[in-house]
Design a protein around this ligand. Structure first.
Ligand code: AMP
Length: 116
């Protein structure tokens, strides 16, 4: 008998088993504030359908809807911003449930460059 997969951190957040600050939600996506912000505004856009990493998504419409949702959430809050996806441990991914980071709110100052 195979062991049931443990729900991911983000599945538990979606199920409201772990508290978070939800800034957007629809049937397919949720956006929350990152608990350890790396920018003045740091949000996470998370598809409710679980994949462990972005490159597991093969359907173009599903991929497009995820990015469109991230842009919609960002545009409602920020003039300029950065969208980031960490893919795999070597890419900096820590939570293995696909998500897009929205980073912004530097207020005229420049954000750090890549690797900075
Ligand atoms: P990544 O490194 O791309 O997997 O990003 C995971 C992000 O999840 C990090 O920026 C963490 O700060 C964030 N995070 C971890 N736990 C929580 C939590 N309970 N609520 C909100 N964000 C979290």
């Amino acid at each position: 008998m195979s062991e049931a997969a443990q729900p991911t951190l983000f599945e538990r957040i979606i199920a409201r088993q772990i508290p978070s600050t939800v800034v957007y939600e629809d049937n397919d996506y949720i956006a929350i504030q990152d608990i350890a912000p790396k920018a003045p505004v740091h949000l996470l856009v998370i598809p409710k359908r679980m994949t462990t990493r972005l490159d597991e998504i093969e359907d173009a419409a599903e991929m497009g809807r995820l990015w469109l949702t991230a842009v919609k959430v960002a545009q409602g809050r920020l003039q300029d911003y950065r969208l980031v996806v960490n893919i795999g441990r070597g890419g900096g991914q820590e939570v293995f449930h696909t998500h897009i980071h929205i980073l912004g709110g530097w207020d005229g100052g420049s954000p750090v460059g890549f690797g900075g």
